[in-house]
Design a protein around this ligand. Structure first.
Ligand code: PMP
Length: 328
């Protein structure tokens, strides 16, 4: 059985040709979900997608999808920007995602990838009227970008796409050329991840995650107007910061040199989760070890995503059973 390995995930991660996927209205093995080489989205990047995680809770024998409603909402917003009308409601899309998980009988942490794209076989540069396709696949998944002791990152020479070029708050497939260029250069230069600046030199985000700094006891992150993706983990971390550890949060533009003098730094995203950064461009951040605010947030997040914290039980949608609180 051919296994499609994701490049930076743990070895057990994989998608097999008989994984059950949803494609244009039906559930089928991955090997049957194929598209034409003339597909518009293949040539022009005219698609949009989501990245969602589900976490296995062994005590409850339950797989919890994290922030499902928020991801489905963002997917519909991305579709709207590309003039894609999904052939189902938000509730139906959630059911499709849960059904993909059930049909694959996952009993481990999972990454879920819904995608919608322009499927017409045409070379015309337009968004409408064109046909659209829709798919969901999922696979067992561990870490995305992780290094014991924290990540070492580098500032990219590639600038983050501007919202007036490609909408940055939509997860548009074509915009990930920008992220891939930055990430590839960073890896070749020996870094774990790339940090991207905006055209004006302020901080934007990493290739597939948002950035936080801790400085003078405050949690600081760029505002949504600084060409970032409106990260769902970012929102969760802002909530955990305010409520869970009572830290003051600031959403404001960050200048390049403020990165180098931060006390702590970390990345957030569905894939990366909360990952400490201990070095930027060969300069140690703070002590050069993951900081205490970062570690506290990681611990709070790790419990919340597996539905082990009553306060955040609404973040977790069960796959196999009913929506249950940790206490019952
Ligand atoms: N920025 C980009 C460009 C991303 O692809 C992602 C991952 N979706 C993020 C930030 C983090 O967003 P989220 O927390 O919603 O996964």
């Amino acid at each position: 059985m051919a296994v499609i390995e994701t490049q930076i995930s743990e070895p057990a991660a994989g998608l097999t040709q008989d994984s059950v996927v949803f494609f244009d209205g039906a559930f089928m093995p991955l090997e049957q979900a194929t598209i034409s080489v003339a597909t518009h989205a293949l040539h022009y990047g005219t698609g949009c997608f989501e990245g969602i995680r589900a976490y296995w809770n062994d005590d409850r024998s339950e797989l919890y999808v994290l922030k499902l409603d928020e991801h489905v909402d963002r997917f519909f917003r991305s579709c709207g920007l590309l003039r894609i009308q999904p052939p189902f409601s938000r509730a139906e899309m959630s059911d499709i995602i849960l059904e993909v998980l059930r049909q694959n009988h996952f009993r481990s942490d999972v990454y879920i990838r819904p995608i919608a794209f322009k499927s017409s076989q045409t070379i015309k540069l337009t968004l409408s009227p064109l046909d659209n396709s829709f798919a969901v696949f999922a696979f067992a998944f561990g870490h995305y970008a992780h290094r014991e002791g924290g990540l070492r990152v580098g500032l990219s020479t590639w600038r983050r796409i501007d919202d007036n070029a490609i909408p940055t708050r939509a997860k548009v497939t074509g915009s990930y050329v920008n992220a891939s260029l930055a990430s590839d250069d960073a890896t070749r230069a020996g870094y774990d991840e790339a940090i991207m600046l905006n055209g004006d030199g302020t901080l934007s985000e990493a290739s597939s995650s948002n950035i936080f700094l801790v400085r003078h006891g405050r949690l600081i992150t760029p505002p949504v107007s600084d060409n970032i993706l409106e990260g769902i983990t970012r929102e969760a971390v802002l909530e955990l910061g305010r409520e869970g550890i009572g830290i003051t949060v600031e959403e404001r533009s960050i200048a390049r040199s403020e990165l180098y003098v931060a006390d702590e730094m970390f990345l957030t995203g569905t894939g990366v989760q909360i990952e400490p950064v201990v070095e930027v461009d060969g300069r140690a951040i703070g002590t050069g070890f993951p900081g205490s605010v970062t570690t506290k947030l990681q611990l709070l997040y790790a419990d919340a995503v597996r539905n082990k914290t009553p306060r955040y039980t609404s973040w977790c949608t069960p796959t196999y059973g009913r929506r249950a609180g940790p206490g019952d």
